[in-house]
Design a protein around this ligand. Structure first.
Ligand code: CA
Length: 316
């Protein structure tokens, strides 16, 4: 389909309808959370033979004083700006539109620095895509764009971290999915994750770049030990570190099929909700906005102490 096929993409919100919340989570999300990044209903658009419905929710949660998570969905503003503005919490202007591109970023380094790093990721990566992606047809060409876009964002975050004292040592994870030519290109740096639900089976598409996961991969500890390991949140790869200068090491390239459901999420969800529960919530509703809210609701019910961002994409 290429980007030409996306030109007439249509984004519709279900105006005036607040999305239904499943009974088991009733009230949780709306009462306990100051939700900064949620849409009033699914965002819908189409490209070629396929159409997509997107649900999104991002919240600071009940413990953190700010939300260092950020996200990118073409056509809607990323939820915060930290620089050039006297007020935090102000909506950022829409970033460069790249229909089919989705990002979640989880910033680190203390409030302002963490917010700035994740904001840079969701601003700079789409900007580079906008310039380079065009109608790139081959997998190799698209993967090259992904590597360059992420590498350039890494460079900029490193530079600002060195130059601006208040942003010293800032960093961010990033997980991205690009729906292009009826394929999904998925990559991540850090421990934000991408999943695909197909035929009732949940598949983790990204690898955590945490020390705990490295110990699991090396066979030093068992996978179940990794889940609550003290190095679980210690990352060896993230945007803002020199080792990420080449962009993502691995890019999954998957044929899209109607019925596929994708989830991009920060560790505010995956740190407290098991994969089998994520799978059943992803399967439970045809409304991705309802699903995003239910996932956030479950994370809060499980006493997540972190920011939580869930971006759900249904392929139709
Ligand atoms: Ca986090």
């Amino acid at each position: 389909m290429g980007l030409v096929g996306w030109v007439d993409w249509v984004r519709k919100r279900w105006a005036g309808q607040s999305p239904p919340v499943p009974p088991s989570h009733a009230g949780t999300a709306s009462e306990l959370v100051r939700d900064e990044g949620s849409t009033s209903g699914p965002i819908c658009f189409s490209g070629g033979r396929l159409s997509f419905r997107v649900g999104l929710m991002s919240t600071q949660g009940n413990v953190r004083e700010s939300n260092e998570d950020n996200y990118y969905v073409a056509g809607i503003p990323s939820h915060r700006v930290t620089s050039g503005s006297a007020e935090n919490g102000q909506l950022a202007p829409p970033a460069d539109d790249v229909p089919g591109l989705f990002l979640v970023a989880d910033g680190m380094g203390g409030q302002l620095a963490g917010e700035k790093a994740s904001e840079l990721a969701v601003t700079l990566i789409p900007r580079k895509f906008k310039r380079l992606l065009g109608d790139q047809g081959t997998d190799e060409a698209v993967q090259k764009v992904i590597r360059e876009a992420v590498a350039e964002a890494n460079q900029e975050i490193l530079a600002q971290s060195h130059l601006i004292p208040e942003f010293a040592n800032m960093g961010t994870t990033v997980v991205l999915a690009l729906m292009h030519n009826e394929r999904a290109y998925v990559a991540g740096i850090g421990d934000s994750r991408a999943y695909r639900l197909r035929g009732g089976r949940l598949e983790l598409l990204t690898q955590d770049h945490s020390l705990a996961q490295a110990l699991v991969t090396a066979g030093t500890i068992k996978p179940e030990e990794g889940e609550n390991h003290r190095f679980r949140n210690v990352l060896y790869l993230y945007l803002g570190c020199k080792d990420a200068r080449g962009g993502p090491e691995e890019i999954q390239t998957l044929e899209l099929e109607p019925g596929d459901r994708f989830l991009l999420t920060s560790d505010g969800l995956t740190g407290v909700v098991r994969d089998d529960v994520i799978a059943s919530i992803l399967a439970s509703s045809d409304d991705p906005q309802r699903t995003a809210q239910a996932l956030v609701g479950q994370a809060l019910e499980n006493v997540s102490k972190d920011n939580i961002t869930c971006l759900v994409i249904h392929v139709i």
